[in-house]
Write a protein that binds this ligand. Structure first.
Ligand SMILES: Nc1nc2c(ncn2[C@@H]2O[C@H](COP(=O)(O)OP(=O)(O)OP(=O)(O)O)[C@@H](O)[C@H]2O)c(=O)[nH]1
Ligand SMILES: [Mg+2]
Length: 381
């Protein structure tokens, strides 16, 4: 019996040694699997990504970095171009979820009658489409139903999409850079609408299009405004012109002259947030416009009003007052990702049609998109 036990122990012990060897082999395997994980974690942070990869490559072995680099390029391409529709879709999730749920339960298996139209009206109004655009959409849908003898309520969803695209297409009017150089854009809007952030994202759009950009810190009112703009300048590697004590007209004037001297294509001027009801501040911005027009031969090229989508119908009244004071040439509608009221675009198109240049769907540098009616409606429901 003892002999038998000894035999068993002797058989077991030689196996322990190879087991220890196995552990040694495992170590490098662990290393290779952990290193790429670190790189992947840095991918979402685009502005810092390249630096992070360089540091990573100097520490870790080169082959691992080489494997991950193509992935990084794919990521950039995806969000920069191919992922455009996806970004809008993601940004409009809240509005889409509301509309999809409500419209699906409205149309599924229902009769086309007045009650259905009343419910549809409520859905549109609560999505901030506004009375005027809602009436227009319902009338067009009614006319199409009559003309095409539609009996199935399910088909109304398609009609609504079609009519919305028709309504929004006239305000799809992307910014075209023309006229004297530099092309000057003044960004205006109420406090906190997203002006400075939009300037940061817009700069990235222009740089991607191989244009050179200079930013003018024309918000001389708020203490931290210049610093905030400088952060965006650094992210884009673009110069920000500012003055310690300041008259916004002087800062913008300076920036235009500097851009002329350096052959820079575009000047984007930030301005302080102001409420349309603050008459003296509206007067001040009209003065800024006059001064820029005097110093720059061909009038200011673009006066871009930034509107926060969360403000709903209030956005229309802001647009009206800023337009009367300044002559708004284009709009950027921000924070669509934070609201279920993306229908406000339809209200703008119906009540105060103005070229909608850009839509903001997040706080990151790549979260500003050129507005496209079809893409927008496709993302809605
Ligand atoms: N979610 C989301 N947040 C945004 C968007 N655009 C801007 N923001 C945020 O809105 C806040 C205000 O943005 P700013 O760019 O400082 O607004 P502003 O109009 O320059 O503000 P003032 O200079 O104070 O008038 C910031 O926290 C931004 O990150 C957007 O499209 N989506
Ligand atoms: Mg600002």
């Amino acid at each position: 019996m003892l002999e038998f036990l000894k035999k068993i122990i002797n058989k077991a012990s030689p196996e322990k040694k190879p087991a220890a060897k196995k552990e040694v082999v495992k170590k490098p395997v662990k290393k290779t699997s952990s290193a790429p994980k670190k790189i992947v974690a840095k991918v979402p942070n685009l502005p810092k990504k390249k630096k992070a990869l360089k540091t990573e490559s100097s520490i870790k072995s080169p082959p691992k970095v080489l494997i991950k680099k193509p992935l990084e390029i794919k990521e950039e391409k995806k969000s920069g171009f191919f992922g455009l529709a996806d970004k809008i879709k993601k940004g409009l999730t809240k509005t889409r979820e509301k509309l999809t749920t409500e419209l699906t339960s409205l149309f599924t298996g229902k009769k086309i009658d007045e009650a259905l139209f009343e419910e549809l009206e409520t859905i549109l109004l609560t999505s901030d489409v506004g009375i005027s655009a809602t009436t227009y959409l319902l009338d067009s849908i009614r006319a199409s139903i009559k003309k095409n003898k539609i009996e199935n309520a399910d088909e109304i969803k398609g009609l609504l999409k079609e009519k919305l695209i028709e309504l929004l297409t006239p305000i799809q009017n992307p910014l075209v850079l023309k006229g004297t150089s530099p092309f000057v854009i003044m960004v205006v809007g109420v406090n906190g609408a997203g002006k400075t952030t939009t300037i940061g994202k817009l700069t990235k759009i222009f740089l991607d299009d191989n244009k050179s950009v200079l930013i003018a810190a024309g918000d001389t009112f708020r203490a931290a405004a210049t610093e905030q703009l400088e952060v965006w300048g650094e992210r884009n590697n673009v110069h920000v012109i500012s003055q310690a004590s300041g008259d916004p007209s002087a800062v913008i004037f300076d920036a235009i002259n500097s851009a002329k001297a350096k052959n820079i294509d575009i000047v984007i001027a930030d301005t302080a947030g102001r409420l349309p009801t603050q008459k003296h501040l509206i007067d001040e911005i009209t003065k800024i416009k006059r001064v820029i027009n005097k110093c720059h031969l061909e009038a200011l090229h673009e006066i871009l009003l930034v509107l926060d989508a969360n403000t709903g119908q209030n956005a229309i009244s802001q647009l009206k007052i800023f337009n009367e004071a300044l002559g708004i040439t284009g709009l950027a509608l921000t924070k669509l990702d934070g609201t279920a009221k993306g229908g406000v675009i339809a209200a703008i198109a119906k009540e105060q049609p103005t070229p909608l240049r850009y839509v903001g769907v997040g706080e990151s540098i790549d979260d500003l998109k050129v507005f496209n009616a079809q893409e927008y409606v496709d993302a809605l429901f």
